[in-house]
Ligand binder design. Structure first.
Ligand code: PHE
Length: 445
């Protein structure tokens, strides 16, 4: 078997991980939920959740990945806990499952890039979305998106994912920055900033019980946790860099891009007098798209906006395919390109129902978000902190120059608060699943 690949540089790993984290969740869900849940006051809760819960959790995945240098299933065996492979398997399955419909949405984005150029959705954004989001069109573009993902992953860690994300992540930040500056110049934009950023502690106080688990769940999804993605990416690290430092950088950049996206979409909507009180698919593909129809140069702005959404979605999707490809090539004597094509094909097929009918997409998403994700995160955390324990601290502290106290704090934080937060998220998810409320990432269309 050929030697296992590694990242060429530390920055390469960080950018790939940020690329995974920054995705539809940031541009799509984060700004709208922030606005609805109390603006700046929600932002504070989210940042506490991301740093207090998300960061310790991402570090747990990094520790497992780097220590084992193996894919998300075999890693547990390598660390000496063969029976815990089931946790890795749940994560792998979750990634597989999520990518199947994430790619369908990626296909919509492709369609909207074309639609911006021709102005196809300008006149009737809602009808347009209804037409292109399901059926043969959606299926064909789901195939194209998946082919792009396969192309990058087939090229390998250093030549594929690292090179691509090194270009993609800075582009996302720069383009969103330019769009935010443009949005700032629109008359009426200031109402958008007020909506997005003014603290409303009443909203927060009244909905606290719902908001906190939501913020935690959002932090997990947004940081790509519970899908083996971060374990897999960390398994390609070759060196003793501080995982702690990398984790903080990734969490910071991820939140930063979410805020930047908010500074683009909300001023844009307010400037056009469009009600921002929707979230998910309708928000980006109907409301935001609708706004482009009414502003000067809307075709170009729309094109650039959907291009950035595409880049963000692609850089996330590759991390999901890599989870399965990594497992396959670690365990079987097959080439990376063959596996990327084969597994990409299977995931494409799994996504067919979601492409044909958005109700399926909603169902796939609900199951992933409410059940698979929190379950998988819980398994990983219990393993890292309660089962693996002390060696995890050693791995975490390598190259950090920090005292043992930091490692112990991390361990006990994960053992207690973080696990309790995940259990609460899971409980809420199950309740939503069985008592039937709206799905989280892709709300009813
Ligand atoms: N973190 C991505 C987002 O915010 C979603 C994602 C989840 C990507 C899991 C990869 C793995 O959209």
């Amino acid at each position: 078997m050929t030697e296992r690949e590694t990242w060429a540089t530390r920055a390469g790993f960080i950018l790939a991980a940020v690329g995974s984290a920054v995705g539809l969740g940031n541009i799509w869900q984060f700004p709208f939920k922030t606005a609805q849940f109390g603006g700046a006051s929600f932002l504070i809760v989210y940042i506490i959740a991301a740093l207090g819960i998300g960061l310790p959790a991402i570090l747990a995945e990094f520790v497992i990945g780097r220590k084992a240098n193996l894919n998300t299933i075999s890693a547990f065996e390598k660390l000496g806990y063969k029976e815990w492979r089931v946790v890795g398997a749940i994560g792998l399955f979750t990634g597989f499952w999520i990518l199947s419909y994430y790619s369908v949405v990626g296909g919509w984005v492709l369609r909207y890039i074309g639609g911006s150029l021709t102005g196809a959705y300008f006149a009737a954004p809602a009808e347009y979305f209804g037409q292109v989001s399901a059926g043969m069109d959606a299926l064909a573009l789901h195939a194209v998106f998946m082919a792009l993902v396969v192309g990058i992953v087939a090229a390998g860690i250093e030549d594929g994912i690292e090179k691509a994300t090194k270009l993609m992540v800075p582009s996302i930040v720069v383009i969103l920055g330019v769009l935010a500056a443009f949005a700032f110049t629109l008359p009426g934009a200031s109402a958008g900033y007020a909506y997005f950023l003014s603290p409303d502690f009443n909203v927060l106080a009244e909905n606290f019980a719902e908001i906190v688990p939501f913020a935690v769940g959002q932090a997990f999804f947004s940081l790509s946790l519970g899908m083996g993605a971060m374990i897999t990416y960390a398994s390609y690290i070759d060196g003793d860099q501080s995982l702690f430092g990398d984790g903080i950088t990734i969490v910071f950049l991820n939140s930063f891009v979410g805020i930047l996206a908010g500074l683009v979409v909300l001023p844009l909507l307010f400037a056009q007098g469009i009600d921002p009180n929707t979230s998910g698919a309708g928000a980006v593909f109907i409301s935001v798209a609708g706004a482009f129809g009414d502003i000067p140069g809307g075709q170009i702005i729309g094109l650039v906006f959907f291009a950035v959404v595409l880049i963000a979605a692609l850089s996330s999707a590759i991390s999901l395919l890599e989870v399965v490809v990594s497992w396959a090539i670690d365990n079987y004597d097959v080439s990376r390109p063959q596996m990327a094509v084969g597994l990409g094909g299977v995931i494409f097929l799994l996504g067919v129902p979601s492409a044909i009918d958005t109700a399926w997409l909603g169902w796939f998403d609900t199951l992933a978000y409410q059940l698979l994700l929190p379950l998988s995160v819980l398994g990983i955390l219990v393993f890292a902190a309660w089962v693996y324990g002390a060696p995890a601290i050693d791995e975490l502290m390598k190259g950090s120059g920090l005292g043992d106290g930091v490692g112990l704090t991390w361990l006990w934080l994960v053992r207690t608060l973080v696990i309790v937060a995940v259990v609460a998220t899971l409980a809420l998810g199950l309740q939503t699943l069985f008592l039937g409320e709206s799905p989280a990432i892709v709300p009813p269309l």
